[in-house]
Design a protein around this ligand. Structure first.
Ligand code: ASP
Length: 317
């Protein structure tokens, strides 16, 4: 009897240990011409501080046993509320001098997803994407319809002016996409092995004609499947759409036995790079391995891996 009791305790202990080890989270704040010599020390410090705040928030939630969905939403909200990134508050201007957001989220256990594009008054577009996933019969809402839905869901509505920053306005005036691309994204795996990925952006400076980027498109900017991985992208959206980038990575794991590193490297450097696209992506696979890949000089990124090691990086290593 005593022997069986000991065995049971050992099994319970090792199960618990495995569960603890599964938690992992990774974020990006955009890829682009991010060079140490072009960024002031104080801006560098602010970016590192904000990435730290965001990743720590998500990690703490996962550690408490909360879902990866909550961790991804809360982490992205912190980045959206900061003027430092091209999402929410710090978004770029379109050609009409207006800010328009794209966002998406996907859950890996049931392949449910939500996405929105072309909204201009939702304070935290990631919460709209999540509400579309959880509280509508649709996956993708755009423009006025998406804003109407957000109002019905009592999401925080703000005037477009709230998103106006001088830094981004100057980029529009000078037709510059400096430090492109500042989109934000997060992928997390929780104690139950559930993977969720989310992405939020203002898109590209000077975008025209209701342009929609990859960040709003499930399979391009965002994808999650518990059997393979979760991915969030940043970069020249048109190329990520044409290569179905996020789903492409998942498919390489699913059908071709790639590991996450190799799959992301193939998509970023071969599939996207070879047709002229640039940018990067972050991902977590079903075994909680993290990968971050980009073909630009830098990508704002941070992670806490399954060994509880935290890293915050801005430039090429
Ligand atoms: N991928 C985004 C877009 O094309 C831009 C970015 O990553 O900053 O809209």
């Amino acid at each position: 009897m005593k022997k069986y009791l000991c065995l049971l305790i050992i099994i319970l202990f090792s199960c618990n240990n495995n569960d603890e080890n599964k938690i992992a989270i990774v974020i990006h704040g955009g890829a682009g011409i991010i060079l140490k010599e072009n960024i002031s020390k104080s801006k560098e410090d602010s970016i590192i501080k904000k990435l730290d705040e965001a990743i720590s928030k998500g990690w703490r939630l996962l550690k408490k046993g909360e879902s990866s969905e909550l961790a991804v939403i809360e982490t992205i909200k912190i980045l959206e509320d900061s003027p430092l990134f091209n999402a929410g508050k710090g978004s770029v201007f379109n050609s009409n001098g207006k800010v328009e957001h794209d966002a998406s989220i996907m859950r890996g256990n049931d392949l449910n997803a939500g996405a929105s594009s072309g909204t201009s008054n939702i304070k935290n577009p990631i919460t709209l994407a999540a509400d579309i996933m959880n509280h509508s019969e649709h996956v993708f809402l755009s423009g006025k319809g998406a804003e109407k839905f957000a109002k019905e869901r009592n999401l925080e509505i703000v005037d477009n002016e709230y998103f106006h920053t001088e830094f981004r306005y100057n980029q529009l005036i000078n037709k510059k996409n400096e430090n492109k691309y500042g989109t934000v994204g997060c992928v997390a795996i929780d104690i139950n092995g559930n993977i969720v990925a989310g992405t939020s952006t203002g898109g590209m400076t000077n975008k025209k004609w209701g342009r929609i980027g990859d960040s709003a498109i499930i399979g391009s900017g965002t994808y999650a499947n518990n059997n393979t991985c979760g991915i969030s992208s940043t970069g020249s959206g048109e190329y990520f759409i044409r290569t179905v980038a996020a789903y492409h990575v998942s498919s390489l794991l699913d059908y071709n036995n790639y590991n996450l590193n190799n799959a992301m490297s193939k998509v970023i450097h071969e599939k996207i790079g070879e047709i002229g696209g640039d940018g990067g992506m972050i991902g977590i696979d079903k075994n909680s391995n993290i990968s971050m890949e980009f073909n630009t000089p830098g990508m704002y990124r941070a992670f806490v891996n399954k060994n509880e090691e935290k890293e915050i990086l801005l430039y090429e290593k």
